[in-house]
Structures are given as structure tokens and as C-alpha cells.
Design a protein around this ligand. Structure first.
Ligand SMILES: NC(=O)c1ccc[n+]([C@@H]2O[C@H](COP(=O)([O-])OP(=O)(O)OC[C@H]3O[C@@H](n4cnc5c(N)ncnc54)[C@H](OP(=O)(O)O)[C@@H]3O)[C@@H](O)[C@H]2O)c1
Length: 292
């Protein structure tokens, strides 16, 4: 058994449940020793397949600090994929990690874009500051951090029509230079594969802000794929500046507007794209066909 200890907190969530499969495989193959951190109420039946793996109950509250310190002191890497009120609770996690002599890197729950100052000040996007506070506290305490940035998941763009794309009805919207700029899209299997590889060499990712995405079609390429799949021209309309401004007033729409801005302007932030060996994903056309 490996003594390279990887902690995962948030295994049952949207992102965590994608990560846990490849992490369990790496554990089964003796590459890592996975330790699942969970709260007492977490549904352990959501662990996808049975491998002997250690599970530790943690409470991200003041009264849970002693247990938390014990739970994390053996970890080489900790990945947190918690959400909602859990963002703030990561303060306790960070405080517990501060006394670790072993930790190589902490991956806080981020998995979003590099937000601008202006976006961070938007009152409909309060979670940005909550996430940032956790990272600032970790850095103050001298904890090595890997910020994992993601653009948008494929299911949001192709399944739920974020960014005005209706792949079933063969419709797309365009904004500023989105026809010629690449849209960054991350699939959950890629994220899980890439992160499982990367955490095995933590010194390469510690104290870095990285981004992971496996598709980057331009608007024109998206239209070409949809036109080919449907056999008739894709309907193209414009996401207007007026809609962009209006969308900044509501949380989900503002997240979409932020993605539009990055795609339309081709400016994503300072995160570094990390290449991961051995990934055999599908083509963008194959990905789109899954949503038709
Ligand atoms: N870029 C994108 O397109 C995108 C899209 C979605 C999410 N994200 C980001 O990805 C991250 C994860 O989001 P998600 O959608 O996967 O979250 P989610 O589905 O809501 O899952 C949250 C997980 O956190 C655990 N959790 C919550 N509060 C906790 C606490 N206080 N103590 C311990 N565990 C706690 C939950 O465990 P239980 O089983 O105990 O409930 C669950 O496993 C977030 O940072 C989110 O902003 C990015």
C-alpha cells in the first residue's frame, strides 16, 4: 500500500463524485493512499465501487478542530470540493492544516474562473470573496496551495444552454469576438483524470494557479460542428451588450456573463494551462453528439 496520503473532502458532490473514481483506481493500483474525509451525515453509499479505503469523519466547526487536525496531519495532499456554506467552513480546514509538517499542497474548493476585481465586487457573486478569503488565510499561514481554475463544464454549455447554445435546436449565440476566440470547456472525466495525475507530483503544482480544460473550440468551429451534425445551417444570433449588462444583476446569469466576457474578449486570466500525459478524450464533435 502507498503511504502517499491524498485526502478528498466532498466526494459526494458534483465535482467530488467525478474525482473519486480515478482516485479510487489510483488507490487500488497502489499509487496513492486515498483517505475520504466526510461529515457524519454524508451518504457513504455514493462511493462508486468497493475498495478498502480509509474514511474519516470531520466537522468543520470550532468544536471539531482537534479531530480535524488529527484527520489532516497525515495528508500529503488535500483536495476540497465542498460548496455552499462549506466555502466558509474551509477556514477550519486551513487552520488545521497550518500545523501539518507533511502537507505538500492544499487544493481548496475553487474550480471556477480567475475572477476580476470588478466581478469580485459584484454583490450577486458573494461566493467569490468567500473562496478568496480561504486562499488568503492559507497563504498567511504558509500553507502551500494549488488553485485549480476551470472555465465551464461541458454539461453547462452543451446540456443546459449556458452561453446561449442550443445544440438540439442547432442554435448558437455570439458575443464580441467569440466566433474567432476559443471557448474553454472542461469535461468532468478529464478534470478527474488530470487532477489524479497531477496530485501524484505535488511539487509541480504547489503554489501555482493552474487551469484544466480539454476542449477549446472557437465559435466558428462550434457552428461548423453543429451544421455538420444537423445537416443544415446553424441559426446564429447575438448576445447583446444590453443583455450582458442586465445579466450582471443575477447570480447565475452573472456567472454566464463572466464566461461570455472571457470568450468574447479572449482574456481568461493569469492561470497556467497544465498539460497532462495519457489522456484519450473524444473529439469536440463526439462530445457534442452526446448532447443531441
Ligand atoms: N466551473 C464550473 O462550471 C463549476 C460548476 C459547478 C461547481 N463548481 C465549483 O466546484 C466546487 C464543488 O461544487 P459542487 O457542485 O461539486 O458541490 P456540491 O455538488 O454541492 O457538493 C458539495 C460537497 O461538499 C460536501 N460538503 C458541503 N459542506 C460541507 C461541510 N461543511 N463539511 C464537509 N463537507 C461538506 C458535501 O458533502 P455531503 O455529502 O456531506 O453533503 C458534498 O460532497 C465549488 O467550488 C463550485 O463552485 C464549478
Amino acid at each position: 500500500m502507498s503511504n502517499f496520503n491524498i485526502g478528498l473532502l466532498g466526494f459526494s458532490g458534483r465535482v467530488g463524485s467525478a474525482l473519486i473514481g480515478p482516485l479510487l483506481e489510483a488507490h487500488r493500483d497502489g499509487k496513492i493512499n486515498l483517505i475520504i474525509l466526510h461529515r457524519v451525515t454524508s451518504d457513504l453509499s455514493k462511493i462508486p465501487f468497493e475498495v478498502a479505503v480509509e474514511k474519516r469523519v470531520v466537522e468543520l466547526i470550532e468544536a471539531g478542530m482537534e479531530g480535524l487536525i488529527n484527520a489532516v496531519e497525515v495528508l500529503d495532499v488535500l483536495i476540497s470540493t465542498i460548496s455552499g456554506p462549506g466555502f466558509t467552513s474551509q477556514k477550519y480546514l486551513v487552520d488545521a492544516l497550518a500545523s501539518s509538517k507533511r502537507l505538500k499542497t492544499f487544493i481548496p474548493s475553487d474550480f471556477g474562473v480567475s475572477w476580476t476585481e470588478e466581478e469580485s465586487s459584484n454583490p450577486v457573486l458573494p461566493f467569490i470573496k468567500l473562496k478568496t478569503q480561504v486562499v488568503h488565510r492559507a497563504l498567511e499561514l504558509g500553507i502551500p496551495v494549488t488553485n485549480v481554475r476551470l472555465p465551464l463544464f461541458d454539461e453547462l454549455v452543451l446540456g443546459y444552454g449556458k452561453l446561449g447554445m442550443d445544440v438540439k435546436k442547432n442554435k448558437v449565440e455570439v458575443y464580441r469576438n467569440s466566433l474567432i476566440n476559443p471557448l474553454r470547456i472542461t469535461t468532468l472525466p478529464y478534470l478527474a483524470y488530470a487532477l489524479t495525475q497531477l496530485i501524484q507530483s505535488p511539487s509541480l503544482i504547489a503554489n501555482r494557479t493552474i487551469t484544466l480544460y480539454d476542449h477549446s473550440p472557437t465559435g466558428k468551429e462550434i457552428i461548423d460542428v453543429l451544421t455538420k451534425i444537423h445537416g443544415y445551417p446553424t441559426e446564429v444570433t447575438e448576445y447583446t451588450e444590453e443583455r450582458y449588462e442586465a445579466d450582471l444583476g443575477e447570480m447565475r446569469a452573472a456567472i454566464g456573463a463572466a464566461a461570455w466576457k472571457r470568450w468574447g474578449d479572449g482574456v481568461w486570466g493569469e492561470e497556467e494551462k497544465v498539460e497532462v500525459d495519457g489522456w484519450h478524450g473524444e473529439s469536440f464533435e463526439e462530445l457534442v453528439r452526446k448532447y443531441i
